[in-house]
Design a protein around this ligand. Structure first.
Ligand code: SF4
Length: 351
C-alpha cells in the first residue's frame, strides 16, 4: 500500500498522494550557459523527465532562471541552493518552481524567514535535502557517525526550521551512499510525517553500479509504498539517469506502460532462439496498442511455458522451431518461429 502523503505541486507536476512517481534529474551543464543547458533540458524532456533541477551557486547565476522560465514555462524547474539565502530569494523572484535548500545552512533565522515568506507568496514548495556526508556537527557528535537515525534527525531539524514559520509545502530527501542507511533513514522519516519523499542513492557511481544500487535502494522503498519522486544519481549523462529511473519504475509495474513482459531465462530445454525473440519484442513493444494494460509471456518450453502463458493475456510456450500461442488463458494454435513476432503484434493489437 502506498504511504499517504500531502500533495505538493511543482508547476504542473503534482507529487505525493496517489500521483504517479515523478522522475527527476539534474543538469550537469553550467546553469549560466543557457544554450548548452537548453540542449540538455530538451534531451531530458524527450527521455521523459518530469522535474529538472539545476545548481545555482551564486546570485548572478540565478538570473538565468528568467530565461529558462521564458523558454519552458510549463516545465517544473528546481533550483539547488546552498549557504546563501539571498540566492534562494533571487531564484524565487525569477520564477523558479521549487527550491532545494537546507534551512540550517543558508544563513540566519531571519534569512530562513525571508525565504519562507517569498516561497509562500509564490506558492512554491521547498525540498529539504539531507545528505549523510554533510550532517550538522551537533548531530554527528550525538550519533558518532552518519547513521540512519542521525540523518533522519537532521531532516526533522531542518523541517522544524520551516514549520516554525508556518510553512508546510515541504518535500524531504535523505540520502546516503550506504544503501542500508539510506533505506532505514527513509523508513524512519516515512513513519513520522506525511511529507512526500524524494528518493535517491547519492554518489551511486557509474551507470553499471549506480543502476544496481538505485534499483535496490529506491526499489526496496517503493515496494514498501514509500517514495513519491525519484532521482537515479549516476556519474553519467543525466539522460541516462532518466532512462534508468524509467526502467526501474517499469520493473516495479509503476509506469503507464501498457505491456509487461514475463520471459524465462532459457536453458538446455529451449529449442527456439528465445533471446533473439525477446530482444526483438522489446524493440517493438512501445509501438503496440492494446486497449488495456496487458502481460505477455515469452517462454522457452512446455515445462513452465504453458503455466505462465495461461496466466498472462497473451503468451507463447516454445517447442521445436515453433511455439504454442496462448490468449486469455487458452491455447490457440502453433506458430512457426519466424512468424511469432508478427503474430504477437497482430494479436496484441486486438486485445
Ligand atoms: Fe528452460 Fe522451459 Fe524454464 Fe525456459 S521455461 S527456463 S526453457 S525449463
Amino acid at each position: 500500500m502506498r504511504r499517504i502523503t500531502k500533495e505538493i505541486k511543482i508547476n504542473g507536476c503534482v507529487i505525493g498522494g496517489d500521483n504517479p512517481i515523478a522522475v527527476q534529474s539534474m543538469l550537469n551543464t553550467k546553469t549560466d550557459d543557457i544554450e548548452a543547458s537548453c540542449r540538455q533540458i530538451d534531451a531530458l524532456l524527450s527521455a521523459g523527465c518530469d522535474i529538472i533541477r539545476f545548481a545555482v551557486p551564486d546570485i548572478k547565476t540565478a538570473d538565468a532562471i528568467y530565461e529558462y522560465k521564458t523558454r519552458y514555462p510549463s516545465v517544473p524547474f528546481v533550483a539547488d541552493i546552498h549557504f546563501d539565502h539571498r540566492i534562494a530569494l533571487r531564484c524565487i523572484e525569477a520564477g523558479i518552481d521549487k527550491i532545494r535548500i537546507n534551512p540550517g545552512n543558508i544563513g540566519s533565522e531571519q534569512g530562513v524567514k525571508d525565504v519562507v515568506s517569498a516561497a509562500k507568496r509564490k506558492n512554491i514548495p521547498i525540498r529539504i535535502g539531507v545528505n549523510g556526508g554533510s550532517l550538522e556537527k551537533h548531530i554527528l557528535q550525538k550519533y558518532g557517525a552518519p547513521t540512519a537515525e542521525a540523518i533522519a534527525e537532521s531532516a526533522f531539524y531542518h523541517v522544524s526550521l520551516l514549520e516554525k514559520f508556518d510553512f508546510s509545502d515541504i518535500v524531504i530527501s535523505v540520502k546516503s551512499s550506504d544503501l542500508k542507511t539510506m533505506i532505514q533513514a527513509n523508513r524512519i522519516i516515512a513513519a513520522k510525517c506525511d511529507y512526500p519523499l524524494h528518493l535517491g542513492v547519492t554518489e551511486a557511481g557509474v551507470a553499471r553500479t549506480g543502476k544496481l544500487k538505485s534499483a535496490v535502494g529506491i526499489g526496496s522503498l517503493l515496494c514498501d509504498g514509500i517514495g513519491d519522486t525519484v532521482r537515479v544519481s549516476l556519474t553519467d549523462d543525466p539522460v541516462n539517469e532518466v532512462k534508468a529511473a524509467k526502467e526501474l519504475l517499469d520493473a516495479l509495474g509503476m509506469t503507464d506502460d501498457k505491456i509487461t513482459v514475463v520471459s524465462c531465462p532459457t536453458c538446455g530445454r529451449t529449442q527456439i532462439d528465445l533471446i533473439k525473440l525477446c530482444e526483438a519484442f522489446d524493440g517493438i513493444k512501445n509501438e503496440l496498442k492494446p486497449s488495456k494494460k496487458i502481460k505477455v509471456a515469452l517462454m522457452g518450453c512446455a515445462v513452465n511455458g504453458p503455466g505462465e502463458a495461461r496466466e498472462c493475456d497473451i503468451g507463447i510456450a516454445g517447442g521445436k522451431g515453433e511455439a504454442l500461442l496462448f490468449k486469455n488463458g487458452t491455447p490457440l494454435y502453433k506458430v512457426e518461429y519466424d512468424k511469432i513476432l508478427q503474430i504477437l503484434k497482430e494479436e496484441i493489437n486486438k486485445l
